[in-house]
Design a protein around this ligand. Structure first.
Ligand code: NAD
Ligand code: 6OD
Length: 497
């Protein structure tokens, strides 16, 4: 295992915190190294925010609200969001480069998925917020009198936004855009693995005229670091968190004494069900995407593939062949389809599951090891795309989220059996059903115990739809009106007429 190389004076570059409209001078005693996952080379140091800097961010956010941001007309906030999208578009390749440096993801994906979705997030939530209405009711009272009830929605206040490393800018802007559209001030805590794009976004929001204190970024880790300092802070009014179920549970405990709203988008162990009537080629294309996109590091990725027995061997062979066609390599090369895992630590975890699969008697159809990509990439955290057969729902590798380019293929005979197998999980994030029989597609998709259930597609998103998970996969929904509801507090006004 190659450890990340130490930074040299020449390569040392600081990624700074952004508080109250200013980038904070880094404290040289509070820096941690940020390495490129593709090569293992350290390219920057990140300034870890201490408790007093987090406190300054919370104070600045509150001041921004009090100075008028919370009262700004929604059309003005929406206009700022649109300008932010336009400016990200102008600086598109800088965001792409920053995302690649932090994650090692392929350039095509960084462009087409990550940074493109940031633009869409800002534009969609500008539209959604600007078009939002309010519910109102005429209430019949005794004696023929009536009352008018309506709700006014006010910003939640100071919102802590804590996000993971897998789709850093996409997931950050998915929360920041609606939060700002609703008139909140945010303190963002990006993952320690991916600090760059949150920081770059601070430049953009400053350039387009967001008032100081409305958007703040504090860098650091979770426990006993910026994440915990933020969630423990008595000045926050809500937490929106994306990350693992274990951390979500920890954050829930931390904020419990404050009894504030939380929105949790957590882990998954997502199933695909493939029926024997399917167009095999189309299913293979979809499954390849759903198992291997972002090297399997998308919460929605499929890690369990249930295949109807009659096509099991053909589908397994076809998927293995597609996996072998993936191109691992330099993230900046246009032909690269698959990057490294985020870190050596995460690779250790994934390799641990490779060993567990072997112990459980799995047959490895393809992969199962570390690829040899030549000296330039030898220090990176690479693993081979991997597929197993011979496992059952009781095996740990089929029950626990691995978050890597892996899936277990398991046969089934009947529709009922497939539904039972897919729903046999404490997670409930996403599922996909692959069939040429649309009636069956609707029927099975509706029976999935998940937040999102796709038929003949995967990761096709409508940002106005509710998005979230069941069970260990989360609490609450965001997207469209659900976001407006989470990021605001309604006051019911009742007027006797
Ligand atoms: P993680 O839970 O380790 O970290 C997420 C964030 O929480 C990071 O910013 C981290 O620094 C912070 N954090 C960690 N401990 C904390 C604490 N005690 N208090 C406050 N903050 C803390 O997750 P990760 O490894 O960065 O991301 C991968 C996980 O995220 C996977 O489980 C994946 O399924 C999940 N995820 C879910 C969704 C979704 O929409 N449901 C989306 C993306 C990722
Ligand atoms: O598409 C989204 O809005 C979203 N939150 C995706 C989550 C992906 C998980 O890694």
């Amino acid at each position: 295992m190659t450890a990340p190389t130490a930074p040299t004076a020449e390569t040392e570059r600081w990624i700074r915190n952004y508080v109250d409209g200013h980038f904070v001078d880094p404290d040289p005693d509070r820096g941690f190294a940020k390495a490129d996952p593709a090569t293992g080379q350290v390219f920057a140091r990140v300034h870890e925010a201490d408790a007093s800097l987090v406190d300054r961010a919370v104070t600045a956010a509150r001041r921004a609200l009090d100075n008028g941001w919370a009262e700004t007309p929604v059309r003005d906030r929406a206009e700022l969001l649109r300008r932010a999208a336009d400016r990200i578009e102008e600086r598109f390749e800088e965001f792409v480069a920053a995302e690649i440096a932090d994650t090692g993801k392929p350039i095509t994906q960084a462009r087409e998925l990550d940074v493109s979705r940031a633009l869409t997030n800002f534009r969609t939530f500008a539209d959604v917020a600007a078009a939002a209405g309010q519910e109102s009711f005429i209430t019949d009272l005794a004696g023929g009198r009536q009352a008018l009830n309506y709700a006014v929605r006010k910003p939640l206040g100071v919102v802590a936004v804590i996000v993971p490393w897998n789709l850093p800018l996409l997931l950050l802007t998915w929360k920041v855009a609606p939060a700002l559209a609703c008139g909140n001030a945010v303190i963002v805590k990006p993952s320690e693995e991916t600090p760059s794009t949150a920081t770059l976004l601070a430049e953009v929001l400053d350039e387009v005229g967001f008032p100081r204190g409305v958007y703040n970024v504090v860098h650091g880790f979770g426990g006993d670091s910026a994440g915990e300092f933020l969630t423990r802070h008595p000045g926050i009014d809500g937490v929106t968190f994306t990350g693992s179920s274990a951390t979500g549970s920890q954050v829930m405990k931390t904020v419990a004494p404050q009894v504030i709203p939380v929105s949790f988008e957590l882990g998954g162990k997502n199933a695909a069900i493939v029926f024997d009537d399917v167009d095999l080629d189309e299913a293979l294309t979809g499954l390849t995407k759903s198992v291997f996109t972002n090297t399997g590091q998308v919460c929605l990725c499929t890690e369990r593939v249930y295949v109807q027995r009659g096509i099991f061997d053909e589908l397994a062979a076809g998927l293995a062949e597609r996996a072998e066609q993936l191109r691992l390599g330099m993230p900046t090369a246009a032909a690269t389809t698959t990057g490294p895992l985020i870190s050596q630590t995460h690779r250790e975890k994934v390799l641990g599951y490779f060993a567990l699969a072997e112990q459980a008697g799995a047959k490895t159809l393809t992969g199962g090891g570390i690829p040899d990509l030549g000296p330039g990439l030898a220090g990176g955290s690479w693993v081979e795309p991997t597929l197993w057969t011979g496992l059952t729902n009781t095996d740990r590798v089929v029950r626990e989220e691995i978050f890597g380019p892996v899936a277990a293929l398991i046969p089934f005979d009947t529709e009922e059996e497939a539904i039972a197998l897919a729903n046999d999980s404490k997670y409930g994030l996403a599922a996909s059903v692959w069939t040429d029989d649309l009636r069956r597609g609707h029927r099975v998709a509706q029976k999935m115990r998940v937040g999102i259930s796709w038929v003949n597609t995967w990761f096709t998103r409508e940002l106005r739809s509710p998005f979230g998970g069941i069970g260990l996969s989360g609490v609450g929904r965001e997207g469209g009106e659900s976001s407006l509801h989470f990021y605001t507090e309604p006051t019911n006004v009742c007027v006797q007429l």
